[in-house]
Design a protein around this ligand. Structure first.
Ligand code: FE
Ligand code: FE
Length: 256
């Protein structure tokens, strides 16, 4: 079996995370969340966003060397095999990375992709390439629970900015225009938050409902991981199946 998520030094991933860890400070995150809070970038349907992924290969992922649109269909198909009745979870697989359209708005790699981490709080060792966090302007700035209260809820946290938070905002602010339940927006919002969902850090900030989110994210995550041995074929029938799902759940143009 292939070993996934191996992060070695002096690889493209190392230099990507070094950049990200130097530049994603609390000030930066607050600024980006504000900049994208009113979604005045473009009007398009989800289908158009999916087609924009045809030319994009994620530079932060050591396992992925196919365009993101293929990753989208493969994630959805892996979910469909195990959950043939759960159309909303399949759709979540299909759209979970569409926040990467941030690239089209001029955002750099390090504010679009990669594992996310919490700002306004000490950096835990579960962060990938933790040693590069020493270049962060907020390194050693916070102690104990930092700027947060215990049990404040994940929603209150300032997590490094990227495609997770951005697509969550798109789904939230366009909620009258699509039929995907909010449970699935939360999976999308925290799917890259590895120090939390896999590293078991930051759990003191969770409230009761966040415990369900954690279970949902962990269940989803196994389908998001790419395997080169994966022979999931994306043919026209598969694409038609998802076309129909998109028409049913996302019939309208969205504000991005
Ligand atoms: Fe992602
Ligand atoms: Fe993904």
């Amino acid at each position: 079996m292939t070993t996934l998520r191996q992060y070695n030094e002096n690889t493209p991933q190392y230099f990507f995370y070094k950049d990200m860890h130097q530049k994603q400070s609390l000030d930066f995150v607050i600024k980006k969340k504000k900049q994208y809070s009113n979604l005045n970038n473009i009007q398009m349907n989800i289908h158009k966003a999916l087609s924009l992924m045809d030319t994009f290969v994620d530079p932060s992922d050591p396992d992925l060397d196919v365009p993101n649109s293929i990753h989208a269909y493969q994630t959805a198909e892996r979910i469909r095999k195990k959950n043939p009745e759960n159309k909303q979870l399949q759709l979540t697989g299909l759209i979970h990375d569409l926040g990467k359209v941030l690239f089209n708005f001029g955002e750099e790699n390090w504010s679009v992709v990669g594992d996310t981490f919490l700002l306004g709080y000490p950096f835990p060792k579960s962060i990938v390439y933790y040693e590069t966090m020493k270049n962060n302007p907020d390194y050693n700035k916070y102690t104990n629970n930092g700027i947060y209260e215990v049990n404040c809820g994940l929603d209150k946290l300032n997590i490094s900015f990227g495609h997770d938070e951005y697509l969550y905002q798109v789904l939230l602010q366009n909620k009258d225009k699509h039929k995907l339940d909010s449970k699935y927006w939360d999976i999308i919002r925290f799917h890259s938050f590895y120090p939390w969902h896999t590293g078991n850090d930051y759990h003191q900030f969770m409230n009761e409902s966040d415990k369900n989110i954690l279970q949902d994210v962990l269940y989803f995550n196994q389908f998001d991981l790419y395997s080169k041995e994966d022979d999931t074929e994306i043919n026209d029938n598969v694409k038609q199946y998802y076309n129909d799902l998109l028409k049913e759940y996302f019939p309208n143009t969205l504000q991005w």
